[in-house]
Design a protein around this ligand. Structure first.
Ligand SMILES: NC(=O)c1ccc[n+]([C@@H]2O[C@H](COP(=O)([O-])OP(=O)(O)OC[C@H]3O[C@@H](n4cnc5c(N)ncnc54)[C@H](OP(=O)(O)O)[C@@H]3O)[C@@H](O)[C@H]2O)c1
Length: 496
């Protein structure tokens, strides 16, 4: 590879390259990026509070408390209700309401999901006492006196088809927020994007490699011809300096969605505006003609100065990112050769460049029920089981359909928390809670504490993709150690 050919160097192209990147005076500001990114924001809880939390079943015993607690914590809340007039009587005027019925998919319109960043689902089949239903709705006081229950709606329709509809609509309309930030979306080409990226080849060092970046087929198409003549051997495209710089503090790294030619490329990030300063580099292999997502953790970036590693270099300042660069180079680092390098034509298509978050948070928090896996379980002592388990058949298979509804969520790909409470009460909250998995516990828990649990789950990355039962402890008061409660849970096995 120590090709020592000489070729005619192009002074005009050299000058154009320097002018493009502002090395010869050039006023290039990409303040549109500031608008696009909401500069200075981090992926923290307050970021997520900028969206809307949709509460389905907002008029219910748990739902109305979830609404209140979310609002107290500073979230924007939208209640999905079947009857807005009735909902206003229950929730007052301070909450935004939207009418919809989870069993009627056409009512789950884009307007329901506008700016929604997470859904808390507190819906349930109406179960009422066969006798004793008064305006104070004694059903909430089960446990003081037991009234024979009966279902009013069809559980298959509410607990399964309804949840399936809600999950599907959520997937369709979701504004994936909080955990990732789109930086360049080449599927939405614009003049700004076009003007931000420019070629930077080894011409700056006397070489003759030549590349370009064009917006083609909703991608950025980086292609060219790399030559080792005149001791050159790299082609690249780089952004102008971001002005002001990007603040990616709070994110864990960059995701590149690319389709290449099987060669090894570099992605280089700079936090200095200097033309020729330290870059933070990551080498990645492409797969010929296949779209892949390359995940680049910030901590895996290597500080380099002209392809030489900077010993004891500081880690990159992610709060102050000034430019990105994509490169095909003959060299890896410190004189090592790129093992996949071949002089000649190359091409790399990029669909998007995103920052990804360190943590994932649940986006669909769902209240199911303890006992959903118990109907028909061999060896079960029905005498000891709660009414819903004992009477599952008389109640239209309510638990069986709740389990099917849970499955819709587990298969959805949306980060979720599935909460299975034991018998719900109207008692005061603030009790210590016991979490279990395996669906074996019996007991009770207040609606107040379940509502609190829904709010906590939204802010706890360890609550992601877990299903668990919950009851209250007989004696203890809640010491609010939510994180340690969630830490004890095992994530569900992925269904695929
Ligand atoms: N009771 C217990 O001991 C117990 C134990 C474990 C789990 N759970 C479950 O916990 C959940 C919450 O219980 P809860 O006591 O808060 O229930 P709830 O008071 O009966 O509230 C149910 C909510 O779901 C709404 N809803 C019903 N069908 C709907 C539909 N088709 N479209 C939109 N919204 C619909 C209702 O709205 P409307 O106001 O329009 O009717 C109501 O807001 C339920 O799933 C329940 O089955 C209960």
């Amino acid at each position: 590879m120590s090709e020592k050919t000489t070729s005619k160097w192009n002074a005009g192209r050299f000058a154009r390259t320097l002018a493009y990147f502002g090395v010869i005076p050039f006023v290039g500001s990409i303040s549109w990026l500031q608008t696009l990114l909401g500069m200075g924001k981090k992926a923290n809880a307050s970021d997520r509070k900028q969206g809307v939390i949709l509460v389905a079943g907002a008029t219910g015993g748990v739902g109305k408390r979830v609404v209140r607690k979310l609002q107290e914590r500073g979230y924007n809340v939208r209640g999905l209700v079947r009857d807005a007039k009735r909902a206003k009587e229950i929730l007052g005027n301070a909450v935004e309401l939207v009418e919809g019925d989870i069993t009627i998919p056409e009512t789950l319109t884009p307007a329901v999901f506008r700016d929604v960043t997470a859904v808390v689902c507190c819906t349930g089949t109406r179960v009422q006492p066969k006798e004793g239903d008064t305006p104070t709705r004694e059903k909430y006081y089960q446990g003081i006196k037991f009234y024979m229950p009966e279902v009013v709606d069809v559980p298959e329709v509410v607990e399964y088809q309804g949840i399936e509809n809600l999950v599907r609509a959520t997937r369709t309309h979701f504004q994936g927020a909080g955990d990732e930030k789109m930086i360049f979306d080449f599927t939405k080409p614009s003049q700004d994007i076009k003007e931000t990226w420019g070629a930077l080849d080894d011409i700056v060092m006397g070489g003759v490699s030549e590349s370009s970046i064009r917006l083609v087929d909703n991608t950025a198409f980086f292609s060219g011809n790399v030559s080792t003549a005149n001791s050159g051997g790299f082609a690249s495209v780089r952004t102008k300096n971001f002005d002001p710089p990007l603040n990616l503090a709070g994110y864990a790294g960059i995701d590149l969605r690319v389709k290449g030619d099987g060669k090894r490329y570099k992605f280089i990030i700079r936090s200095e505006v200097k033309w020729d300063g330290i870059g933070y580099s990551y080498s990645f292999d492409t797969v010929y003609n296949i779209w892949i997502t390359v995940r680049i953790p910030f901590e895996a970036l290597i500080p380099v100065f002209r392809a030489k590693t900077v010993k004891d270099g500081e880690p990159i300042d992610t709060s102050n990112i000034s430019s990105f660069q994509l490169m095909l180079s003959k060299f890896e680092y410190d004189g090592e050769l790129n093992p996949k390098f071949e002089a000649g034509i190359f091409q790399l298509q990029v669909e998007s460049i995103k920052a990804y978050g360190a943590e994932k948070f649940p986006k669909f928090v769902h209240i199911s029920s303890a006992g959903v896996t118990r109907p028909g379980r061999p060896g079960l002592n029905l005498e000891e089981e709660p009414p819903a388990v004992r009477m599952n058949d008389q109640l239209g298979g309510i638990l069986t359909w709740k389990l099917r509804g849970e499955d819709s969520i587990r298969f959805s790909g949306i980060p979720y928390t599935i909460i299975r409470p034991c018998a719900l009460t109207e008692e005061a909250g603030g009790k210590a809670l016991i979490f279990e998995q395996g669906d074996n516990i019996r007991g009770k828990v207040s609606r107040e504490d379940i509502a609190q649990l829904c709010v906590e789950a939204l802010e706890e990355s360890k609550a992601c993709n877990v299903t668990f039962e919950v009851k209250e402890s007989q004696n203890d008061q809640n010491s609010e150690e939510w994180e340690s409660l969630f830490s004890g849970l095992k994530p569900d096995k992925q269904p695929w």
